[in-house]
Design a protein around this ligand. Structure first.
Ligand code: ADP
Length: 259
């Protein structure tokens, strides 16, 4: 264990007075962006003034998840104005800095500056910012963490062994940077068959909770693998904004993040 569960999670970062929460995963495709978006929506529903900073250079998907893929942010005094969305969460995205369909090809300092602009946007009275980091544990992630010092980190993993091994690396990255781990979210757990009602576990069961216990970090909850989540995400209407069972799962995670 890393012994980081004992580190108290600071409520806000000193510089902005805002609570910056990084969401990370060891590898791509585990639902980090989906969890980031819906965690933000649940926090907003709970009364937080919440924004999402989409720094996922590999695949900036927050504009799509929030149904504002076509929006271009305004600038004021040389700073970006976050795009407001119907779910009550404002967003900035690295995808808004490049023409649609173009890949981000910046390196090093330029990339750092671009990502910094997303955080330094006109966030106004936003009190909580969810930072959707690129998957993995490379230089971009480390630089962002060291420079912007999130109050804490949420790690997303599937129940599968491989994803969990990578999640451990992400946890280690934050431990090195002395950023407390808020906890681990298990995504794509337990699939309820819409035909027979039986629950199956395509990626295994309970792996993330066990791993969290083994690492001495809090387990924040389980998000089911659900067709409704995939559909709502593709449609740009975050499932946490609805009143279905999937929304309740995200609300439970948000409540633990607020603890
Ligand atoms: P990442 O940010 O880790 O790369 P995404 O959030 O983009 O992952 O999710 C990858 C794909 O899996 C997307 O198509 C998304 O809609 C889908 N997905 C994520 N979580 C779930 C879930 N709990 N149930 C169903 N589909 C999901």
């Amino acid at each position: 264990a890393f012994g980081i569960a004992e580190v108290r999670v600071a409520r806000t970062t000193a510089r902005t007075g805002r609570r910056l929460i990084a969401v990370a995963s060891g590898k791509g495709g585990v639902g980090k962006s989906t969890v980031s978006a819906n965690l933000a929506v649940s926090l907003a529903r709970g009364g937080r003034r919440t924004g999402v900073v989409d720094a996922d250079i590999a695949g900036p998907s927050q504009p799509t998840l929030f149904g504002v893929a076509e929006a271009r942010p305004d600038a004021r005094d040389n700073r970006m104005v976050p795009v407001a969305t119907a779910a009550g969460v404002s967003i900035t995205s690295v995808g808004m800095l490049v023409p649609p369909g173009k890949a981000v090809a910046w390196r090093g300092p330029m990339l750092g500056n671009a990502l910094g602009q997303l955080l330094d946007a006109h966030w106004g009275d936003t009190d909580t910012l969810i930072l959707d980091l690129p998957p993995g544990t490379g230089d971009v992630q480390l630089t962002m963490i060291q420079k912007h010092r999130p109050a804490g980190a949420v790690i997303v993993s599937t129940p599968q062994d491989l994803a969990l091994i990578d999640a451990r690396r992400a946890i280690d990255l934050f431990a090195q940077a002395e950023v407390p781990i808020i906890g681990l979210v298990e995504n794509m757990a337990g699939y309820a068959c819409p035909h027979c009602g039986g629950v199956s576990d395509p990626f295994g069961a309970g792996g993330a909770e066990e791993a969290a216990a083994g690492l001495g970090i809090p387990f924040l909850g389980r998000i089911p693998l659900s067709i409704a989540i995939r559909k709502a995400s593709d449609a740009g209407t975050p499932p946490a904004a609805g009143n279905g069972p999937d929304g309740a799962a995200f609300d439970a995670v948000a409540a633990r993040v607020e603890d």
